[in-house]
Design a protein around this ligand. Structure first.
Ligand SMILES: Cc1cc2nc3c(=O)[nH]c(=O)nc-3n(C[C@H](O)[C@H](O)[C@H](O)COP(=O)(O)OP(=O)(O)OC[C@H]3O[C@@H](n4cnc5c(N)ncnc54)[C@H](O)[C@@H]3O)c2cc1C
Length: 497
């Protein structure tokens, strides 16, 4: 089913009136923030029988959650090898399993029946900007054998059969990863949460909270709420209720554009149907509406109007797929993601009855769903698996200075990956030239009557002269990555504000 990219704000204005909280209210759980995280928690908790009130300062999906691409992958923004290094193999595996459960939560909810027009489709390709096919095999082994995740390794030739660019080399194909209309999903989630009994109040910011007693108090501009549990799911905009918490996140604004219809040529150049993302987190795209290209790329550490980046998206498309020519960008969108210093989400209980669910970074679809399940199940069933996140403490992200530093790190990261990409392309061109040179040399030798040589006098053939071959299948080339089986002292590392 194809997706249609109507503007979410039009959809919002046209379809329903927002309800503000204008009377005092009691609930079991008060969730602050109606983004993916807050609504996933509200949905799961309401389904498990709790009375839930969601407070949203603007409107549902106002920020990143209503302005994203809807690609659903297992795992986290933090690369798997780094996760294993940090917390050891066993705990990393448990976290990975939870992240897959998060993806399954999205799959189960994002059906055409629940969310008409959501357009789920399978298959995501993670392409490499560098020619490191030798590292591919260890990654594939780790994902399939140790992390029970279905993947396929694609060599550069196969990647280039479906993506006509010399920018990408090998890839990891996730047949079970999928995509939905990301901008519709958050509204679908809100509708399901309401259906399960949750109450959602928009234009209702939480301006202060008192979390000291058993019944906690939340103040909004025109009403008060009392609840046994508060879940802070306000991402970078949480502000006044717990400023120190907001400061543990580095805000990063990411932008995307959608082209005008491109006709058949887009399928000649991009023959892969699902989402494509590069392994450096720079580009992320897929075809929508039959023949339009939706492309996420630039990022800043300050807020800007997404329209400003139409040119940057267009240029980026031209750089990766020059065969598409000069495309027109007709729609732009974007939002701020909260990045933690350690790269993992903040999920857990800060003190009795006060919970946090934020810092999902650029991979929020499955991870916010996972947080919703874990927090709701901990409150209602006593499931303590959220403690697996305890090693990832709340670390100050440095306020304004941190943001400037963040931009520098981002720029450095992109520059170095771009440099690595150019180097890999250079090496590949050099290999092709070598092969051509050798072929010419052999031909010249033949013409000059110097080859092929006669067999040596002992009758045994000589070892063949070394020929430079096309890349070996990575499967033959590398060792699996070593695993760290170190344990974590979870009690000692519990999160604190
Ligand atoms: C361009 C782009 C593309 C992306 N693509 C993908 C993708 O394909 N796949 C993927 O997995 N992830 C993607 N992401 C990341 C994903 O969108 C985020 O990780 C996720 O939306 C974060 O959800 P959230 O609920 O934590 O935060 P938000 O979306 O920021 O929601 C928080 C909400 O809380 C409200 N709030 C804050 N403070 C208060 C308060 N005091 N009172 C009341 N309300 C408050 C805010 O108004 C806001 O609506 C993308 C992000 C962007 C920007």
């Amino acid at each position: 089913m194809s997706e249609t990219f109507t503007s979410v704000s039009q959809e919002e204005a046209g379809l329903r009136e927002r309800v503000r909280l204008s009377f005092d209210l009691d609930a079991d759980i008060c969730v602050i923030g109606a983004g993916l995280a807050g609504l996933s928690i509200a949905l799961e908790a309401a389904r498990l029988g709790a009375s839930v009130a969601v407070l949203e300062g603007r409107h549902i999906g106002w920020n990143a959650s209503g302005n994203q691409l809807g690609t659903v992958m297992p795992g986290f923004a933090l690369p798997l090898t780094e996760l294993i290094e940090r917390i050891g193999f066993e705990d990393a595996r448990e976290l990975w399993t939870l992240s897959k459960e998060g993806a399954e939560f999205v799959r189960a909810n994002a059906t055409e029946e629940n969310m008409p027009g959501i357009g789920p489709s399978d298959g995501v390709l993670e392409v490499s900007n560098v020619d490191g096919g030798d590292r591919l095999i260890s990654r594939l082994q780790m994902l399939t054998e140790d992390f029970d995740t279905e993947v396929e390794g694609w060599q550069a030739d196969r990647v280039r059969d479906v993506l006509k660019t010399d920018r990408y080399f090998h890839a990891v194909y996730y047949p079970k990863a999928f995509q939905v209309d990301g901008r519709k999903y958050v509204h679908g989630l809100a509708a399901l949460a309401r259906r399960a009994g949750a109450r959602i109040f928009e234009d209702t910011p939480a301006v202060s909270i008192d979390h000291s007693g058993i019944r906690k108090r939340i103040v909004t501009p025109s009403a008060r709420l009392r609840a046994t549990h508060i879940v802070l799911a306000g991402n970078i905009h949480l502000g006044a209720p717990l400023k120190r918490l907001s400061e543990t996140l580095l805000p990063v604004w990411r932008y995307a554009g959608v082209t005008a219809p491109l006709g058949e040529r887009v399928h000649e150049i991009i023959a892969f149907k699902g989402s494509v993302m590069d392994s450096d987190g720079v580009d992320h795209f897929r075809i929508v509406d039959g023949d339009r290209l939706m492309w996420e790329s630039p990022e800043t550490t300050w807020a800007a109007r997404p329209q400003r980046f139409a040119g940057a998206v267009r240029r980026r498309i031209g750089t990766i797929f020059p065969g598409l020519g000069n495309v027109e960008i007709t729609d732009t969108f974007g939002g701020a993601i909260g990045q933690t210093v350690h790269g993992m989400p903040q999920i857990g209980q800060l003190r009795k009855g006060l919970w946090v669910a934020s810092g999902f970074g650029r991979q929020g679809m499955n991870t916010s769903a996972m947080a919703g399940q874990m927090i709701a199940r901990s409150i209602l069933w006593g499931d303590e698996r959220w403690r697996l996140f305890s090693p990832f403490e709340l670390v100050w992200a440095g306020g304004a200075t941190g943001r400037v530093a963040g931009q520098l790190v981002g720029v450095w990261g992109r520059a170095s990956s771009a440099a690595a990409g150019s180097l890999a392309r250079y090496r590949e061109r050099a290999r092709v030239k070598d092969r051509e040179r050798e072929a010419r040399l052999a031909e010249a030798n033949r013409a000059a009557g110097t080859g092929p040589r006669r067999p040596p006098p002992n009758g045994r053939p000589r070892p063949a002269a070394p020929v430079s071959r096309p890349e070996q299948p990575a499967a033959a080339a590398a060792e699996p990555a070593p695993h760290d089986h170190g344990a974590v002292n979870r009690e000692k590392l519990r999160p604190k504000v």
